[in-house]
Design a protein around this ligand. Structure first.
Ligand code: B4P
Length: 192
């Protein structure tokens, strides 16, 4: 299965993708994790991305596409994947479709996790205390939510218009949200 998870920061994409990966037996590709690994390794790309991530803005489309092409060239993606954190703007959505067409792996589903803003802020504040991620500061979170509304929300419409969007209520326990996603991915029973 080829799946993309969409949702605002804190909506549970990374959290649910980690569970879905075991259930669906396909790799979890998180562009946030790929970028954080570059930062941790101190690579040239990581050095370029570090301050952009900490500010809550988007890293350049060119860097992301290069990273993604590299990831999709690995054979573990040939049987499907869960993409989390990409696309984050319409240019990335177009680039992804072109890339997947080129490798003959069109997207099956886009799942949007829907969570109200107050709850997003609360969850990220919880993670800030637990993990101290540099982009979980109140100022960076404000920027990330604004970037989501302005640049990423249109991506949800993009998948809706292409008939590939499923919206899932992201409020509830981790198990509840997980079960909703699995149910949303199941084919509708045929009648008669
Ligand atoms: P990401 O790593 O994608 O960060 P995110 O949007 O905050 O989502 P994440 O997956 O981490 O959190 P989740 O909702 O699971 O991106 C970080 C940065 O990298 C971006 O700001 C940008 O700078 C850069 N970047 C990444 N991709 C890019 C791209 N394509 N283009 C340009 N730049 C890019 O969880 C959040 C918290 O909620 C966790 O603490 C979790 O435990 C909690 N939670 C989850 N589900 C819950 C539930 N049901 N109940 C209670 N708590 C829950």
């Amino acid at each position: 299965m080829r799946l993309v998870l969409l949702g605002a920061p804190g909506s549970g994409k990374g959290t649910q993708a980690a569970r879905l990966k075991d259930h669906l037996q396909v790799p979890h590709i998180s562009t946030g994790d790929l970028l954080r690994a570059e930062v941790a390794a101190g690579s040239k790309l990581g050095l370029e991305a570090k301050s952009v991530i900490a500010s809550g803005k988007l890293v350049s489309d060119d860097i992301l596409l290069g990273m993604l092409e590299d990831r999709f060239s690995r054979p573990d993606t040939h049987g499907g994947f869960i993409l989390d954190g990409y696309p984050r703007n319409l240019a990335q959505a177009d680039a992804l479709d072109a890339l997947l067409k080129k490798i003959g792996q069109p997207m099956d589903f886009a799942v949007q996790l829907l969570v109200p803003t107050e709850l997003l802020v609360e969850r990220i504040a919880g993670r800030a205390l637990a993990e101290g991620r540099p982009d979980d500061t109140p100022e960076a979170v404000r920027t990330r939510l604004k970037v989501y509304d302005e640049l990423t929300a249109p991506v949800v419409e993009y998948y809706r218009q292409h008939g590939r969007l499923t919206v899932v209520d992201g409020v509830g326990s981790l198990d509840e949200v997980f079960t909703r996603i699995i149910e949303a991915l199941e084919p509708a029973p045929t009648v008669g």
